[in-house]
Design a protein around this ligand. Structure first.
Ligand SMILES: [Mn+2]
Length: 307
């Protein structure tokens, strides 16, 4: 294939991103190149792209602090004659929407980005419809479809993600691989029940129940853990994934995005990422003491206490 006839889609690393990639393959080109990225890395991902004919970016928010970097890359890629379309359902900073003067920007309030893609480009395609339903179910954290959680396990490595995209795009929703992920869900379910017992739960100033879970070093479906805690009456869940990153899940009564934006985070009001800068002392202490909570996470806990 000629390099300048290349079609590229950059999608988020989660199940919604995977579903978006699968629908894009059905709609645009089975041979389109899929790349994975996220709001914090999108500028760097764009830097890797030379020329293309079509570039899609799906399920990735534009971080306000990266606007200038992202715009520069978008303009460079566009000047190679590439048509760029950006589809997302996260909340964007108002000023960043001006990127639409260079590209086709589709921002919609939707349970998933994949279902925007489906409604806009694949309305008559039954398989795309099914893929969009999986994305809606997973991204809203309902997980009501039988295999949604199994698919979520399949989004942990690029290899598995690409395999899922290939399967979904061919209308295959179950095979031995999915069966194995399904078994793993059962295993993780048991571990999650033990982790829940160790969660630190406290009341905020406005009497919201807040749970803090330190998941560093553990591979578990965070969204399932959060859901189970919410079923136990917890309003806000803060999961620490690494020294530098975590997620917040809410029950809809607090706009967590406001808090997350103070921690270089983003996403949705009820589910958003947070990122911490690690000082020298924290870098040393987290190496020596496995359970040391870095200052950024401690500060966030204080903020949650005040909600
Ligand atoms: Mn999404």
């Amino acid at each position: 294939m000629q390099i300048n006839s290349r079609k590229i889609f950059i999608v988020h690393t989660d199940l919604d991103g995977v579903c978006s990639g699968a629908i894009a393959k059905r709609v645009f080109d089975n041979y389109l190149k899929i790349m994975f990225s996220g709001p914090r890395t999108i500028a760097d991902t764009l830097k890797k792209i030379g020329s293309c004919s079509v570039l899609g970016i799906v399920d990735i928010a534009l971080n306000h602090s990266d606007y200038i970097d992202v715009e520069r890359e978008i303009l460079r890629i566009k000047s190679s004659g590439c048509q760029i379309i950006w589809i997302d359902h996260h909340e964007w900073h108002e000023a960043d929407k001006q990127i639409s003067q260079h590209i086709n920007l589709i921002l919609e309030n939707s349970p998933s980005a994949a279902s925007i893609l489906y409604r806009r480009f694949a309305k008559d395609d039954e398989i795309s419809k099914k893929i969009a339903e999986i994305a809606d179910d997973g991204d809203s954290n309902k997980n009501e479809l039988e295999l949604t959680l199994a698919y979520k396990i399949g989004t942990r490595s690029n290899k598995d993600r690409l395999e899922l995209i290939d399967m979904f795009s061919r209308g295959i929703f179950y095979n031995e691989k999915v069966e194995a992920w399904k078994k793993q869900v059962e295993e993780e379910n048991k571990i999650i029940d033990m982790v829940i017992k160790k969660a630190k739960i406290f009341n905020s100033e406005s009497d919201k129940k807040v749970a803090f879970v330190d998941l560093r070093g553990k591979k578990l479906i965070g969204s399932l853990l959060a859901k189970k805690l919410q079923q136990l009456g917890v309003n806000i869940v803060f999961i620490l994934y690494t020294e530098r990153s975590g997620v917040l899940y809410g029950d809809g009564k607090v706009n967590l995005l406001k808090i997350a934006s103070k921690y270089n985070g983003g996403g949705h009001q009820n589910a958003c990422g947070v990122n911490f800068k690690l000082g020298l002392l924290d870098r040393i202490l987290t190496k020596i003491l496995k359970k040391h909570i870095p200052a950024g996470a401690k500060k966030l806990l204080k903020d949650l206490k005040r909600t």
